[in-house]
Structure formats: structure tokens, C-alpha cells
Design a protein around this ligand. Structure first.
Ligand SMILES: O=P(O)(O)OC[C@H]1O[C@](O)(COP(=O)(O)O)[C@@H](O)[C@@H]1O
Ligand SMILES: [Mn+2]
Length: 643
């Protein structure tokens, strides 16, 4: 071992006792059961449903409450304390409103604090005291530890403990303490969160999800195609920027752009007012609670057309300057017969309907009007100077990656591009060819480069971010083409079809999944591929667990827009020391419903994989680091004290 390194380490561990204490501590931690991992995906801006799943740990909170109190409590009592753990601030207010006098309320405080402490003690049984301490409400650590670690079997200290409770209540601290303990419980039931992509688009509150993730104790993100679109916009890709605005217009969410991220849409609106009229396929999808006035809807419809046409124009030059993107079939504006109002795609001619081509010059269809160019320039400036967007995008980059190997599993939002035979699909980029893991690594390198160079807007890295959104070899898109244009302007459904990468039927096959795991140097006997991206149509009998358990698809569609096709409101996955469990969620109504009626409609659990022996920290990624640290400390011990 390098002596310089050991000398550095010795600065921190400067006595034999310190080294030994740390070795004992780390060895002990390595032998604890592994913490619970929680996997969610395809949140699509649905903050309310997401935060509910996060707060209840996909049912883990209630499970712990039941294990502890089932014998003595009614269902109502169990629901009440569960709601208190999920939404403590609101639940306390409800209780205060219900209880008629101070004595009753104080009694409730006294009992509730005791119950919460029992729950915390139970939920933290597999953690060290130090880890629990870090999860406790900071200002009450001392008091809570006194109450948690009562060791007196003679009851001599009973009056002392009673006095602590009395003081907490009489000093008006009970609310704050209970709220703190509720958050501690939430934190204890889930050790680490994985978000397997698609935080953004369709739903109303992606920013709130981002803020929640930023404050979450332990999280990683596997980017989804929609997240990459937002990263691309921020990194200087005008076509990605046009896309995010188009999708926000389509889902009646332009206030995310304007009010939340502070991006001025006025220039775009002016352009839209000048060139566009009402047009059915561009009317926003309205969601309950978001219905605007007729005039607002008309404005959005116009913006939607303006930005969609800019998007289509911006695609052409990229397709032309990157022949290896293999997208020449998508030069759609050039395939239009503007006199006949027809388009020919892959040799087939279709009639165009509801067109809005006033800004298109048939001789040079890709050319932006000077006004359009200026609008995009202003929008990009605004996007790149939004403080909030910068914060959210930086966090996505810091915690995110295209795929992740974690505790033996492979986490990926979309797919591993393959050919029909199950070989890794090759893509040529400039003069090199890549496939499988190498291709994904190259995609990620380009994406990181583009993000680091927001001033470059037409370089390969920036174009590549758009390719990851929509290209046929993208590991996040997983389809041959994105038929956005066809869906707006062509009636025939056959033109709307987006052919999926063979991966999506091959992934049913265990051998293929084993091959994928091997491609990523993971043990195929133990590992799983964990996927998001494609809604699992439980309604039509599709199973989220595939390939003899090697493949787990957890996009259950938090997205309201997709719930009618899936029949449920999402899958999440839990992986604790006993094994993996898939949780199916029913549609989430509202927080109020949970608070008042105790409806916490979970969740059918399905065992995916059971560990033969309880899995310990030392067998995990974190454990690997601990074992390395132990080995370093042992070297230090030899070097300094055992000569
Ligand atoms: O239903 P919408 O919002 O029009 O979106 C459809 C588009 O979204 C995509 O499905 C991509 O989004 P997902 O990652 O959510 O699947 C495209 O393939 C398709 O063209
Ligand atoms: Mn997706």
C-alpha cells in the first residue's frame, strides 16, 4: 500500500485506538442486513401521486405499523397513524379540530409520541444508532434518544421519563416533535431511492418532483427520454427546446415554462397570434382542474402549432448534417406536395389534414422565418438563464446517468438496442462503430459534453442529445421512428405506428436478459434488468415480471394520460434484505382522501425474488466500499503499529 496514502489516512486516525474502533464499527455495519432500495419510474410530473408513494414507502410504512400494532389496534387506528406518518402537518390539524378540549389533545400528544417512538425503534432495528441519529429531527435528538433507549428495568426512572413527555407538551413542542418523528419514519423505511427515468413532461409538477428529490436523503436517477429532452434544451439544442415547449402546450402545462421556470413566452405568443388559427389536433389535452377560458385555449392552440412547425423545420438540418443518424426518411417537410396537400412516407402517399404550413416556404421548407429564428434565440437565452432550471438540470446531471449497475442489477429507462437475433445493435458515429454497453457509454459522454458546453448549439454532442430522444439506436427511445408529424396531420392510424426495437419482445426471453447482464459485467444468476418507459398493460394481461424473473418493468404509468390503457396507476419495486417485491398501485385520488377516509389504496405485492439468506450490507455496493476502507485501515494498523 502506498505510504503517502497511509500517512494521509493516519492524519485522521492518529492513534491505534481510533483505528481499531473504526475497524470494529465498519465490520459491524457490514454485517447488518442491507437497507431497503425503492425503485420508481415514469413519474411524468405527477407530483401528488409520487409524493404519496414516497411518503408511504410503497406500503412499507403501513406494513411496519401493522406488524407492530395489528394485535391491539383497529383498522381505523392503523389508518390514522399511517396518515399521520405520511402527512403529519395536515393530520395534526385535523386531530386538533376534532378533539374538543385541551386534556383530550394532550392525552393524544402523549400517546402519539409514544407510538411514534415505538414505530421508529422498530423501523430502525436494522440500522446503527449513528444512522438513526442522523435521521432524527435535529433539535430533538437528545430527548428522543433518552426516550428511545430507556434501559432502566427497575422503573426508578419512570417519573423522569414522564416528566420529559409532560415538558414537551407543556412547552408547546409536541406538534413539531411528532412532525419530525413522522419524517424520520419515512426516511427509515427506505434507505435509497432509484428513479428509473421520465420525471418530466405530460403532468403538471415536474419541478416539485425535482425539489423533493434534491432534498431526499439518498437517490440516483437513470435519465428517461423526456429528461434528456430537457437536458438537451438547457444544453443548447434548439430542437429539444422546441419539443419541450410543444409537449407543455399539448398537455396544457405552459405555466411550467412560464411561471415555474420564468421563461418568457411572449415573443412566441406574438408569432403564434400572427400566423395561426384554431386547429383541432393542436387543442391542448385538458385535465380536470386545469380548464382554461376559451381564449386561453385558443392561445395555447396557436402556440402549439407555432412551436411544432419550428420543431419540424429544425429537425431537417440535423438529419442532413448527420447521415449516420439514418433519419433521411424523416425529412418530412421535403416530402410534402404542397399543392396537393399530400405527403409520401416510405413510398406511401397520404392526404394531409388540419395543416398549418403558413410559415413554410415549399422551396426551402426547413428555413425558419427570421421571426421564428429570433423567437428561438430569445427562448434559448431565457432557458439558459433560468436559475431554477439550472438548479434542476445540474441535479439531474449530478445524480443521473444513462444506466446504472447497482447491487448486481442493471437499471435502465428504455432498452438495450438489439437486432432480431438478439445481438447488440451497432451504430456508426463519425468513423467508428459502437454497440451494447460501449454505445451507451458513448451516448453518455456526448450528453455530458453537450451539457458542459451550452454555448455550442450545432455540434455533434448537442445533436446527439436529440438523437437520444428520437433516434432508432437510442437506448432511451427504443423505437424506429417518432411519428409526431403523422399524428397531427394524417388520419390513417397505420401512419402513426412507431415500430419498437426487437428488444421489447426479446426481453421476454431469459437467455437474452442473461446476455444483457453479462454485457454489463453483472452476474446473470443473481442480477435483474430493471426497466421503465413502456406502460405495462395489466388490463390486457401483460405481466411486469418477465424472462423468468430476470426482467422487471416498473413503468406502471403514474401518468394520468396513460392510466386508461394500463388499468392501474403504476408499479414500484422494493428490494430489501429478504428479496424483491413488486408493488402495484391503484389510482391515487388525493391527499385529502387519505387524510380523511384513510384510503391508501395499495398495493398488491408480488414477490419477485427471495434471497436464500438474508442479504447483508457487505454484499452490496456500499458494503464493497466499507470492506475497502476496512482493508486500508488494517494496512495502516500494520504500517504504524505492528512493525
Ligand atoms: O401520447 P403523447 O403525449 O402524444 O406522446 C406520444 C409520444 O411519446 C412517446 O411515446 C415517448 O414518450 P414515452 O417515453 O413516455 O413513451 C413517443 O414514442 C410518442 O410519439
Ligand atoms: Mn420514456
Amino acid at each position: 500500500m502506498d505510504e503517502q496514502f497511509l500517512d494521509l489516512l493516519a492524519q485522521k486516525y492518529d492513534t491505534e485506538e481510533k483505528i481499531i474502533t473504526e475497524i470494529i464499527n465498519l465490520e459491524a455495519i457490514s454485517n447488518l442486513p442491507k437497507g431497503t432500495e425503492h425503485f420508481v419510474s415514469d413519474l411524468h410530473g405527477e407530483f401528488q401521486a409520487f409524493q404519496h408513494v414516497l411518503r408511504n414507502g410503497s406500503g412499507t410504512v403501513k406494513e411496519k405499523i401493522k406488524e407492530l400494532f395489528r394485535e391491539v389496534w383497529t383498522d381505523q387506528e392503523i389508518n390514522d397513524i399511517a396518515a399521520l406518518v405520511y402527512y403529519p402537518e395536515e393530520k395534526i390539524q385535523l386531530v386538533i379540530g376534532e378533539l374538543s378540549n385541551k386534556t383530550a389533545l394532550n392525552q393524544w400528544y402523549r400517546q402519539t409520541i409514544e407510538h411514534m417512538l415505538k414505530l421508529i425503534s422498530y423501523a430502525s432495528s436494522k440500522y446503527t444508532r449513528s444512522k438513526l441519529r442522523k435521521a432524527l429531527p435535529e433539535q430533538y435528538v437528545y430527548i428522543v434518544e433518552e426516550l428511545l433507549y430507556k434501559t432502566d428495568s427497575t422503573n426508578n426512572k419512570d417519573p423522569y421519563y414522564e416528566e420529559i413527555y409532560r415538558q414537551i407538551i407543556s412547552l408547546g413542542q409536541a406538534d413539531k416533535l411528532i412532525i419530525g418523528l413522522a419524517y424520520t419514519t419515512q426516511r427509515l423505511v427506505v434507505d435509497h431511492l432509484h428513479v428509473v427515468g421520465d420525471i418530466y413532461d405530460r403532468g403538471p409538477d415536474p419541478d416539485k418532483i425535482m425539489d423533493t428529490l434534491i432534498h431526499y436523503h439518498s437517490v440516483d436517477i437513470q435519465w428517461g427520454n423526456h429528461d434528456v429532452l430537457w437536458i438537451g434544451a438547457y444544453a443548447g439544442s434548439l430542437v429539444c427546446l422546441a419539443n419541450i415547449i410543444r409537449i407543455c402546450a399539448r398537455y396544457n402545462n405552459l405555466d411550467i415554462i412560464e411561471d415555474i421556470y420564468g421563461i418568457n413566452l411572449r415573443p412566441l405568443l406574438n408569432l403564434a397570434e400572427k400566423y395561426y388559427e384554431d386547429n383541432l389536433p393542436f387543442r391542448p389535452k385538458l385535465q380536470t382542474g386545469h380548464n382554461g377560458s376559451e381564449q386561453e385555449i385558443l392561445q395555447i392552440t396557436k402556440i402549439h402549432q407555432a412551436i411544432a412547425m419550428i420543431q419540424f423545420k429544425l429537425e431537417s438540418p440535423i438529419i442532413k448534417r448527420r447521415p449516420y443518424f439514418n433519419m433521411s426518411e424523416r425529412l418530412l417537410l421535403e416530402q410534402i406536395d404542397y399543392d396537393k396537400n399530400e405527403i409520401t412516407i416510405c413510398g406511401k402517399t397520404y392526404k394531409l389534414e388540419n395543416t398549418c404550413f403558413t410559415t413554410v416556404n415549399p422551396q426551402k421548407p426547413e428555413q425558419l422565418l427570421e421571426e421564428e429564428r429570433q423567437v428561438m434565440e430569445k427562448l434559448l437565452f431565457s432557458v439558459q438563464h433560468s436559475e431554477k432550471l439550472a438548479r434542476h438540470m445540474n441535479f439531474l446531471m449530478k445524480k443521473g446517468s444513462l444506466y446504472l449497475k447497482y447491487n448486481g442489477n442493471l437499471l435502465i429507462h428504455g432498452c438495450i438496442p438489439m437486432d432480431e437475433e438478439g445481438n447488440m445493435e451497432e451504430m456508426q458515429i463519425e468513423d467508428k462503430t459502437y454497440a451494447g454497453r460501449q454505445l451507451l457509454d458513448v451516448f453518455e459522454d456526448y450528453l455530458r459534453y453537450a451539457f458542459a458546453h451550452p454555448e455550442e448549439t450545432e455540434d455533434l454532442a448537442t445533436d446527439m442529445v436529440w438523437y437520444i430522444w428520437t433516434g432508432e439506436c437510442s437506448s432511451l427511445f427504443g423505437k424506429r421512428e417518432m411519428t409526431t408529424f403523422e399524428r397531427y396531420f394524417i388520419q390513417e392510424k397505420e401512419a402513426h405506428k412507431e415500430r419498437k426495437n426487437p428488444y421489447y419482445h426479446l426481453r421476454e426471453n431469459e437467455e437474452i436478459c442473461r446476455r444483457i447482464l453479462q454485457e454489463f459485467d453483472l452476474n446473470p444468476n443473481h442480477g435483474h434488468v430493471i426497466n421503465g418507459h413502456t406502460p405495462v398493460k395489466e388490463i390486457s394481461g401483460e405481466s411486469p415480471v418477465k424472462a423468468n424473473g430476470k426482467m422487471i418493468v416498473i413503468d406502471g404509468g403514474f401518468s394520468k394520460a396513460y392510466q386508461s390503457t394500463t388499468g392501474i396507476a403504476g408499479y414500484t419495486l422494493l428490494y430489501n434484505s429478504f428479496g424483491m417485491q413488486l408493488v402495484a398501485h391503484q389510482k391515487f385520488n388525493s391527499k385529502e382522501d387519505v387524510l380523511c377516509n384513510g384510503t391508501d389504496v395499495l398495493s398488491l405485492k408480488r414477490l419477485v425474488d427471495k434471497e436464500l439468506e438474508r442479504k447483508l450490507v457487505k454484499e452490496t455496493n456500499v458494503g464493497e466500499k466499507l470492506l475497502q476502507k476496512i482493508s486500508n485501515l488494517k494496512d495502516l494498523l500494520d504500517y504504524r503499529y505492528m512493525k
